[in-house]
Design a protein around this ligand. Structure first.
Ligand code: NAG
Length: 396
C-alpha cells in the first residue's frame, strides 16, 4: 500500500513537472483577432515521445481536443474552438473584448491508443484603442478552418490592404457564417459554409470601399441574384478565387460617428434634499358598508337557513314511522316479510360456520318423540285464501 502511494505521489510530481513545462504564453491586444493552432504533431510527441527515436516508427493518430477555461466547464465567451476532423489540426480563435489573463486547458485524446495529454495556454489580453474604421467582408467560398491558418489570413489581409489602399490594417474578427445564422451547405463540391472577416484601420475607407454605400450599388444588391452585381471598376483585388468577397454583404462601420455613451449618472450624497414638511393626505370620505354587509352576509345566511329548514322537514317531518307502517300492512304480508328476513339470517349463519345445525325446514313438521309441534306460530296459516286482499287481483 505504501509502495502504491509512493508511486502515485511520484507520478503526481512528474505530471506536475510536465504540466509546468507545457505552459504556452501569449500576450495579445484587446480587439485584435487571435488564433492558436493545436498541432497534432506536438501532441503526438507527447503520446509516444520515444517511438520516433528508437522504434523509428511514425504515428499519425486521429486526435480529438477538449478545451476549457481552467476551473470552468467551457471556454470564455470570446474564444471558440473548431476542428473539422480527428485527422485535422484544431484551432482556438476569437477576439478578446476586455483585458485580463485567461488560462485555457487543452486536453488531447488519442483516438488510437486513448492516451490523453494536457497543455496549458495562458492568454494575456492588454488594453488597446479600438480601430475607428471597420469593414466586414463575406467570403462565400471559404470554411473557417481553411481561413484560420496564418498564411491564409495573410493572403486575405493583402487583398484587403489593396482594397483599402493602406498597409495599416488589422483583422478584428473571423467568424463562421453558421454561427451567424447561416445554413449548413449541401455536401457537394462547390458549396461552402462561408466566413465573415472583419478588418479595422485607423485610416478612413478608400473610394473602392465607399462604393458599397452608393445607392446604385445597394439597388443592384436588392434586385437579387438575377442581376449580376457589377464589381466596382478596378476594385477587384482577389488573386485567389476563394478569397473573393461577396460585395453585397460588405458592411462598413464608422465608429467615430457613433453616439458617445451617455454620461454615467452623478452620485449624490445619499441624503434627500429638504422638501418641506410632510402633509398627510386627507382621509377619504367614510362609506356606508351596511348594504354591502346585507348582500354578502345576511342574504346568504337567510338562504342557508331556509334550505336547512326545508331539508329538515323533508328528512324528518314526513317520515311515517315503522309502527304506523306495520299497522297499515296486511298481516300475511308482514308475516311473509318476517320469514324472508328469518330465512336470510339463518342462511347467513350457516354460511359462516360448518358445524351449524341443519335448517329447520329439513326437520319433520311434527316430532312425536320430542312432542314438538310446528316450529312457528301455527295460528297463521301460510295461505289465507279468504282474507287475502290481493287474491282478487290475482288471475284465477
Ligand atoms: C466576433 O464575432 C462573433 C460572432 O459574430 C461575436 O460574437 C463577437 O462579439 C465578435 N467580436 C468582436 C470583437 O467583434
Amino acid at each position: 500500500r505504501v509502495l502504491f502511494l509512493k508511486t502515485v505521489l511520484t507520478l503526481f510530481c512528474v505530471a506536475s513537472l510536465f504540466e509546468a513545462n507545457a505552459e504556452i504564453k501569449y500576450t495579445i491586444p484587446v480587439g485584435k483577432f487571435f488564433t492558436y493552432e493545436l498541432l497534432r504533431e506536438t501532441f503526438q510527441n507527447d503520446f509516444e515521445p520515444l517511438s520516433k527515436l528508437y522504434a523509428e516508427r511514425f504515428y499519425d493518430d486521429p486526435m480529438v481536443f477538449k478545451c476549457n477555461r481552467q476551473n470552468f466547464p467551457d471556454l470564455p465567451e470570446w474564444l471558440r474552438f473548431t476542428q473539422r476532423h480527428p485527422y485535422d489540426n484544431g484551432f482556438l480563435y476569437g477576439t478578446p473584448t476586455s483585458p485580463g489573463k485567461t488560462v485555457i486547458e487543452i486536453y488531447a485524446v488519442n483516438r488510437r491508443s486513448y492516451d490523453a495529454a494536457r497543455h496549458i495556454l495562458v492568454i494575456k489580453a492588454t488594453a488597446e484603442k479600438t480601430l475607428p474604421y471597420q469593414a466586414e467582408f463575406f467570403l462565400k467560398l471559404r470554411e473557417i478552418e481553411k481561413v484560420l491558418p496564418s498564411s491564409v489570413q495573410g493572403e486575405i489581409k493583402q487583398d484587403v490592404q489593396k482594397l483599402w489602399d493602406t498597409k495599416a490594417l488589422e483583422i478584428i474578427n473571423i467568424t463562421n457564417a453558421l454561427d451567424r445564422g447561416g445554413r449548413v451547405p449541401l455536401p457537394l463540391a462547390g458549396h461552402f459554409e462561408g466566413v465573415y472577416v472583419k478588418v479595422g484601420s485607423e485610416r478612413y475607407f478608400s473610394d473602392c470601399l465607399m462604393r458599397v454605400t452608393t445607392p446604385e450599388h445597394q439597388k443592384q444588391c436588392k434586385a437579387g441574384d438575377k442581376v449580376k452585381v457589377k464589381v466596382p471598376g478596378g476594385c477587384n483585388f482577389c488573386n485567389i478565387p476563394s478569397n473573393c468577397i461577396t460585395w453585397c454583404k460588405t458592411e462598413l462601420f464608422d465608429l467615430t460617428k457613433r453616439q458617445p455613451a451617455p454620461p454615467a449618472p452623478a452620485m449624490g450624497s445619499g441624503i434627500l434634499e429638504d422638501g418641506g414638511d410632510f402633509s398627510a393626505p386627507e382621509s377619504p370620505p367614510s362609506r356606508d358598508f351596511f348594504p354591502d354587509y346585507i348582500v354578502t352576509v345576511i342574504v346568504p345566511l337567510i338562504l342557508a337557513i331556509v334550505l336547512c329548514l326545508l331539508l329538515a322537514y323533508i328528512m324528518f317531518g314526513r317520515r311515517e314511522g315503522v309502527a304506523k307502517r306495520n299497522a297499515r300492512t296486511n298481516q300475511i304480508q308482514l308475516y311473509h316479510h318476517h320469514t324472508i328476513h328469518g330465512n336470510a339470517d339463518e342462511l347467513r349463519s350457516m354460511a359462516a360456520d360448518r358445524g351449524a345445525p341443519p335448517p329447520r325446514s329439513t326437520l319433520p313438521m311434527f316430532n312425536f318423540r320430542s312432542g314438538g309441534g310446528a316450529p312457528d306460530s301455527p295460528s297463521i296459516p301460510l295461505i289465507l285464501a279468504q282474507h287475502d286482499p290481493y287474491s282478487d287481483t290475482l288471475p284465477r
